[in-house]
Design a binder for this molecule. Sequence first.
Ligand SMILES: Cc1ncc(COP(=O)(O)O)c(C=O)c1O
Length: 355
Amino acid sequence: MRSLIRGSGFTLRPHAKAHKSSGLTAWQLQASTAAGEPTTNFCAQTVGEVAALLKGGCSNVLLTNSLPDFAATRLGELAASHPTATVSALVDCPEHVAALEKGAQAAGVRLGAFVEIECGQKRCGCPAASDTAVRLAKAIVASEVLEWGGLHVYHGAIQHVRSAEERQKEVEAGPAAAARSTVARLEAEGIATPCVTGGGTGTLLQDLAAGTHNECQPGSYLFMDADYAGNEDSAEKGFVQSLYVHTTVVSADVAAGRRVVDAGAKSCDFVCGPPKPTSLTDPALAETLRGVTFKSGGDEHGVLHDVPEGVLPIGSTIALVPSHCDPTVNLHDYLVGVRDGQVETLWEIDARGPG
Ligand SMILES: Cc1ncc(COP(=O)(O)O)c(C=O)c1O
């Protein structure tokens, strides 16, 4: 990721919503420092993830979400307990500004605030170049306890547009156009935008080409998943699958070509489809498993169909490539770091859960 971004004028602000782990944050900090390009700024999507990032040693966290006031109070408390760190969040309405101000005042800290701009996903954000965006930016600039961070312009739904060419068009029509017009409107109102942040693993190259942002927030690149593998240019970027769920064959109907494994909806998230079975230790089995389909067997079971006779006896293990890494990680307590078949480390997924 660093080598793709190097020289582009963008700053890397990795998203921790995929791993939710203070240990893996510390590893990212160490690895980037050892490479001579320390990554100090990170993103979180929940207040719990902010806590994990601060625990892992991160000195600048942007919560890429807006908060109700009780959560903004907790954010202020976290900032107060890490006085050297910069902690920021998003706003798209006056209520968010008031909540952040209240949280900052109660904890005696300053919090950063970015205005979120809606750019096509129809989720959060105020309209691009709107009076609301100007009013919010002015309120932040005028605030005694908030720090004006800039704009957050992110479109999640276009990360998985399969063709790179189509994705480039979506970036131009969505986040790039929204960022451009809002920066220009703010400038006309006398407000300089210090940072435009957004983008993920899928649109990375397209965001760099559009050049409207100066910070990118990819998260999934650490793990990858079956959904990202479906993007046509996925392999070109050089990110490889590193996240697997290991599962054991617990029952079989060999005549029907079925095997049952002990991984269901409590082990893998199915919203983006079923996981893909593979083997990390046996290339021939991995090849065979390309022709096998995984179907959900309920909460604790998965059913493999079209399994040839003579493979996968009861007790054998396989690996599953999750269809979507973030919600799959969120189901587990630990990430087990394996190198050359040896367990090297355990990272607790200490920010797992909704909040
Ligand atoms: C606001 C925001 N930024 C960045 C990302 C990271 O995207 P990805 O995991 O696709 O790299 C996400 C993912 O959902 C997100 O919601």
